[in-house]
Structures are given as C-alpha cells and as structure tokens.
Write a protein that binds this ligand. Structure first.
Ligand code: DAH
Length: 355
C-alpha cells in the first residue's frame, strides 16, 4: 500500500477498488431518473472520477504490480458499467410505466357491459332522444327540479287564477318564505331559464324529472320524465315544428309509426297542438290503451307565445320559436308495446331484464 502522488490522495489497492465499486453502485442505485443516472455515471466513470485517478496512478506503481492492478481497475470499471446498464433499463421501464399511469384514460364509463344488468329502459330512451336531437344540432340543457311559481307558471303565461294551474296538481314546498316554491310540474320552466340567458338563437332540449300529485295508475306516475324542446330564432314557422316532430318520431320509432298534430290549448304556446303517434299496442287498429282511436297522445307543442318571450325580455317582433314537451316514460312504453307505466317503477327484475 503506498500513497499515490496525486492531489486526490488515492490508494491503489484491491480493497480500495472494492470499496470504490461499492460506493459507485450505491451512488448509482440512488438515482430516481434517467437524467440523474447519466450525471452520476459521469461522476463515477468520467475523467474526474476516482476510478480514472486510479488509472492514472497506475503509472506510479512498480512495473511488476502493474498488470494485475491494471486488470483489477478494468474489472472494477466493467462492474460499474454493468450496474449502469442494468439501472438504465430499469429506469426506462419505470419511467414508461409512470408515463402510462399519468396518461391513463378512465375507461370505466365504457365498461357497463361487463357489469351485471343494464340501463333502465327509460334511461335508454332518454339517451336515444338526446342523440337524435344532438344530431339535429340542439344543445342539451338542464333545469331545476325545484322551481318558483314564476318559472313554473307565471312567466309561462299562466297567471295566478288561471284554470291551467289546476290541470297540474303540484307539490308545494313549505319553506316559510314569500313566493311559492314547488316541485316542477313540467319541464317547460326551463324555457324561461333558457330565454333569460339572452343568448339567441336557442336550439335546446331539456330532459328531466317532473312531479305531479297524481295517483299511480296504468298511464300516470307521480314522478315521471319529460323532454322539453325549445327553438327560438328568426323566422321560425309552424311547419318547422311539424317537421321536427316528424323527424324525431321516425328516428325513434322507425317509418312504421306515423305522427299527427291536433289543435289543443296551452297557455304558453299559440297556436298549440297535441301530437300523437300510431298506437304501437294495436298498430293503429284501436285497442283499450288508445281508447279505440288508434292514436296515442305523446305531448304538447306550439309556437312560443309572445307573452313568454316578453316576460323573459326577448323581442317578439324579431324572434319567433316553437316549443314541445312530452313524456319520456310514455314514449318508452309505446316503443316496447307495454301497457302499464307502473311496471317501470316496480323493479321486478323479470320485467326489467327483458327490455
Ligand atoms: N308542459 C306541458 C305539459 O306538461 C307540455 C307542453 C305543451 C310543453 C306544449 C310544451 C308545449 O313546450 O309547447 O303538459
């Protein structure tokens, strides 16, 4: 063992070489990234490294010791290089895994087919309706299930004593305040919210839950679903409305089912109509469900009443529009030829699993 005449004060021995390999291995193994590893590699193998200093110190060693020590230095270098190689590939695998983890997409939404069961038929019809109207360029809007009197009635041209209020028996909420607050009886109040935004034109549909004080029977549920449509633009006409209704009935039911409009009355549209489709239970021949008429009423529609436009600050001279609203549950009923709405909420798996 002799001191090396080098400023690094290196001892050129096998024991020192072993310690150096161990130290370098520890230093390299502590690297967390490729960049860190490359920096540490030049530290332990580069020109400024202890190993290189040892190599230079070889010149000072007695000639007969040189070959063995030289070979030991080379072996130490190879040992360290092997460690570097191994760590390089481990780190690149780890970095790739980390990148994949970070870029991961949440695909759980497309996995329901692997779950037991399936979406409820009303949900499926709801989603199909959204698809049909999205395809026609409509936006899908959402409203509130709890509304004030203004949105549910007054702004829709249904004043306090109007008989239309008794057509829709409401659930009122007792919140101890001034204005009446209720569970919306229809999706039409969302027309008011949409118009109040002041962004015209509007092409929107609004699917959602509505509430009425009805006793459940074959054709009524106290909680059910409607879809509202609202179009307000320049120069919208009644034939645009009729064409729209016809287009979506065809898209949902196929060409075997026809639709028709019949004059009706709604306070928020003028003129107003009810729209009906061929009864799918009897194919139009007449049965108990369609009261022998061959037609089933799906919902109401009409040209947006100027009073509704004015109540929401829309100039009814410039803008015209149509609206429609119908029951999603009833549409699902007709689509599948089911006779009783209550089967949708009884949760009888034997029934639900058929649809
Ligand atoms: N809101 C009405 C109801 O629940 C349905 C309706 C009729 C909606 C005519 C409309 C419409 O948008 O224009 O009975």
């Amino acid at each position: 063992m002799r001191p090396v005449p080098d400023h690094e004060q290196i001892e050129l021995t096998r024991a020192e070489l072993d310690r150096l390999v161990a130290g370098a291995t520890g230093r390299l193994a502590g690297c967390a990234s490729g960049e860190e590893l490359e920096a540490a590699t030049s530290e332990v193998l580069g020109r400024g490294s202890a190993l290189s200093a040892m190599h230079r110190a070889l010149a000072q060693v007695a000639p007969e010791e040189r070959p063995a020590l030289g070979e030991a230095i080379n072996a130490a270098r190879r040992a360290i290089e092997e460690v570097v190689e191994r760590l390089r590939s481990e780190l690149s695998v780890r970095q790739r895994a980390a990148r994949l983890q970070a870029d991961r997409l949440d695909l759980t939404e497309v996995l329901p087919s692997r779950l037991p069961g399936h979406l409820h038929v009303v949900t499926r019809v709801w989603e199909e309706l959204e698809d049909v109207f999205l395809g026609m360029g409509y936006e899908i809007a959402e409203g509130n299930e709890v509304e004030t009197d203004w949105y549910n009635f007054t702004a829709l041209n249904i004043p306090p004593d109007h008989p239309a209020r008794s057509m829709q028996d409401s659930f009122y909420l007792d919140h101890g305040g001034g204005e009446s607050v209720l569970l919306r009886t229809h999706t039409s109040p969302v027309q008011v919210h949409l118009l109040e935004r002041g962004e015209l034109p509007v092409y929107a549909i609004v699917p959602g839950r509505v509430y009425r004080r009805d006793t459940a029977d074959a054709s009524h549920l106290p909680v059910f679903h409607q879809i509202e449509g609202l179009v307000v633009d320049r120069g919208v006409s009644f034939s645009d409305l009729a064409g729209t209704i016809d287009a979506f009935v065809r898209a949902i039911f196929g060409s075997g089912v026809a639709s028709r409009l019949r004059p009706a009355y709604f306070p928020f549209t003028e003129p107003s109509a009810e729209f009906e489709i061929t009864c799918t239970i009897c194919g139009g021949a007449g049965c108990r469900t369609c009261r022998r008429t061959g037609w089933i009423e799906l919902g109401g529609c009409g040209m947006v009443h100027p009073a509704v436009l004015e109540a929401t600050g829309v100039d009814s001279e410039t803008w015209t529009g149509f609206a429609f609203g119908f029951g999603i549950d009833r549409l699902a009923l007709m689509r599948h030829g089911i006779e009783d709405l209550r089967t949708f909420v009884e949760n009888d798996v034997r029934f639900l699993s058929q649809l």
